[in-house]
Design a protein around this ligand. Structure first.
Ligand code: SAM
Length: 289
């Protein structure tokens, strides 16, 4: 028997007009639609007037291990299965990766109906360089985990794209300002929806902007410019911020080594700046006594 096909179908991230004719056609022909949340998908199908004959089944992080063997069996027996998430492109910070990996291992065909994704929509409207970018997923919920996520990518020359929740936005921007220095950043909110909003500034300006107001409403993508492409152009403030982030809990020598590795800057320049920070901190400490 010929195996069925798993088709990954992108759905709108807010604007129903972005539901494509091909998405409607594939979902209309599917025999099984695996949904992150069947209620959300049913609502989308109703709102877009898409008629289906498929059985809708839940496939999410909590039932994936149980559902995967069943879905693979259905595919192996020739059924046409579509995979959708609540919004956007399945697999992008949405469940689905393990199902696709298992299909590939069993040589079950996988096709895509590409379409909306908050990642690319945000990058495209941001005004930040698009030639190289890194999608880094959700920023962590705890301060220490978030600071290590940011520090780990500090030397990357590509634009970095994060998902963030409104309640933590100001705090994360302040941490980015602290670790990355005055890099350009963009907050892209409610993309494709009525209250779409794109705010640009440097990390520090944006941190102040959002700290002074109630947490914004809606869904957010946070983008940050990459490290200066030419290492010699890393300005002193950025270098100081990177060294300070590394000096938190590390010896000066180890902090210098980490920043040299991350930036490719000459060791003597990094060392000079680290010594300046260290002696300024020591002087402050003595004044406080
Ligand atoms: N798979 C989806 C995609 O391709 O866009 C992403 C799903 S992820 C679970 C949800 C996150 O995407 C939200 O927390 C938010 O950070 C971002 N997001 C989704 N829709 C958005 C929108 N309309 N505007 C801004 N960010 C959005």
């Amino acid at each position: 028997m010929t195996a069925g096909t798993l088709t990954l179908v992108a759905t709108p991230i807010g604007n129903l007009g972005d539901f494509s004719p091909r998405a409607a056609e594939v979902l209309g022909r599917a025999e099984i639609i695996a949904c992150e949340d069947t209620r959300v998908t049913r609502k989308l199908l109703n709102l877009t007037g898409t008629s289906i004959s498929a059985r809708l089944v839940p496939y999410h992080d909590h039932n994936g291990a149980k559902m995967r063997p069943w879905l693979l069996e259905q595919l192996a027996s020739g059924k046409a299965v579509a995979l959708v998430s609540d919004a956007g492109t399945p697999l992008i910070s949405d469940p689905g990766y393990k199902l696709v990996a298992a299909c590939r291992e069993q040589e079950i065909p996988v096709l895509s109906v590409p379409g909306p994704s908050a990642v690319l929509a945000a990058l495209a409207v941001s005004g930040l360089p698009t030639d190289q970018f890194m999608f880094a997923g959700f920023l962590a919920a705890t301060t220490s985990a978030r600071r290590s996520q940011i520090t780990e990518l500090a030397a990357l020359k590509a634009t970095t794209i994060w998902f963030e929740t409104p309640s933590r936005l100001a705090q994360s921007l302040a941490e980015m300002a602290d670790i990355l220095g005055p890099r350009k950043a963009v907050v892209a909110r409610e993309l494709t929806k009525l209250h779409e909003d794109v705010i640009r500034g440097d990390c520090h300006e944006l941190a102040e902007h959002f700290a002074g107001a109630k947490p914004p409403k809606g869904e957010i993508v946070l983008l940050v410019a990459g490290a200066a492409r030419d290492a010699d152009k890393i300005d002193e403030a950025t270098l100081e911020a990177m060294i300070r982030a590394e000096m938190d809990g590390q010896r000066l020598r180890d902090a210098v080594r980490a920043v040299v590795e991350a930036t490719g800057l000459p060791r003597n320049r990094v060392y000079r700046t680290a010594l300046k920070i260290d002696s300024a901190d020591n002087a402050d400490g003595q004044e406080d006594r």
